[in-house]
Design a protein around this ligand. Sequence first.
Ligand code: ADP
Length: 580
Amino acid sequence: MGVVFTKLGYKNYSEIDAGIKGLFWVTALISILPLLLHQYGIDFASRQEMFPFDRVHEMSENEISDAHFFSLSGAFVHTLLECSAFIVAFFTVVLSFTHFSIKRNSVTPIIGMALFMSGCMDAFHTLAADHLIDATSPNTDLIPFTWAICRTFNSAIMIAGACIVMAHHKPATGRAPGLALVLITSLGFGVAAWSIIHYCATVAVLPQTMFPDNTITRPWDMISLILFLLAGTLVFPKFHKYNQNLFSASIWISIIPQVATQAHMAFGSTELFDDHFNIAHFLKIIAYLIPCAGLLLDYVRIHKHELQMRRIEETAKIKAIKLNKEISEAHAGALIIARDAEAAKKQAENLAAELEHSNQELEQFAYIASHDLKAPLRGINNLAKWVEEDLKGVMGEETKGNMALLRQRVTRLESLLDDLLAYSKVGHNDDNSVLVDCKEMLNGIVYLYDDLDIVLKVNIHPNLPTFFTKKRALELVFRNLINNAIKHHDLTEINLDISVQNKDEYYIFSVKDDGPGIAPEYQERIFEMFKTLRPRDEVEGSGMGLAIIKKLIELQDGNIWIDSQAGIRGANFSFHWKLK
Ligand code: ADP
């Protein structure tokens, strides 16, 4: 069976539901069992006794009644078997319509209806055999004939049902035929069944269907046997492939008892109610029962699936509730964070305002201090000069040295105050933008160092721009950087390289020297106020130059930085300068 399924397009045998596998083997066993038991000697024929007409006058009323029952036992067994088949067919069609209402797959009711119509035919066959409806022919003709007709109808209508379903299947959309087709097909099946019943009941002479002496005892049953074989090998495998579910598989499996039924009839049964006759009727019930079992198995599967879905749904619901809770918690957290951020922002704004205020105060203080201290300082300088003049000739060498030192310190203090004043004024000057030719400006600055006792080589790159900018500020920056490069150089030959890089919104100017350089650990400190790296007695300087130009550059949203590496000579100061 596995090989068969594989050939028909299944990837492997395990794809077939375990229920179907079980159904297949149980069906095969039940279909073969009566034959085996028959071979073993068990008799399934109805024990029918002829009514004892010759002894009627000797018998009591009860004995006569019993004799009637004994003579009809074959008919009773036949009726019971046929009724069972009809009831199963009825249940199958009811189940198939219920299945349709759940799955909206019209394949099931079409096949269910075909099965039910076969059941109706069987019911008619039974009613006619029991003479409960008017039939013109004797039972010996009527029962085998209507049986053969019912079986032919059964096989043909099942094949027709499967073919109708497959013909209306739209592979492109995967949609099965709809309810309209179910109704039309059911009506067609019904009319066909009724017409055959009507014909069989009213036809005057029925053809002979039983040939007890032949190998094929009931040749008419060969028709349905062949049809069932065709259905089992050609139609239903295809039908199952097209509509892969438990019901279509069970329809296919039901062909086993169908074929067994017909084989018992066509090759075995020689008279009414004999061994093979009863086995065939029993197997027909099995044949009807298998699709019913297939539907029930499918229900179990649907139910299991639903339970699973419900469980998944519940889990999803629990997860959703949990997620919702987490979201609302996160939301609350976000609100708190937003509130905190707002408070932090306000605090930062307040701090910025306070800083701005204290900066202003500091600048004001620096301005006042440097401005106001200059006057007494000038006074001290003058006084020192007068004392020197008054004590000319009296002063010893040491006093002279001390007086010179005093004036030097006063001068230094004056220059410190000048720089402090310059620092506090940064940004307060009216420095309007004018067209500045950088090369010309730099040449002017360098020219001032001409008469110094040094060899100064300055390489001004030709791409230095001419542009509109605050000339005084830019000149101050360059002047300080060039002055530092010369002032803090340790040799008499000094090489400077002044270059520029053009970025979209600003220039990056660089002033590079070949002096001693600045060790990395001091590179931050040199931009602070009053910071010098060497004692002022060695190199005169206030330590304000870089602080002033840093402030100037930052006021223009720029930045200044230094590249100088330990153990390598030279310092390169670079700074941003806005294009406009
Ligand atoms: P000043 O030059 O008045 O001392 P600056 O603020 O301009 O003050 O410089 C701070 C310190 O940085 C200087 O005292 C000096 O030690 C160091 N410095 C600045 N420029 C250079 C340079 N080009 N080469 C070496 N050292 C430098």
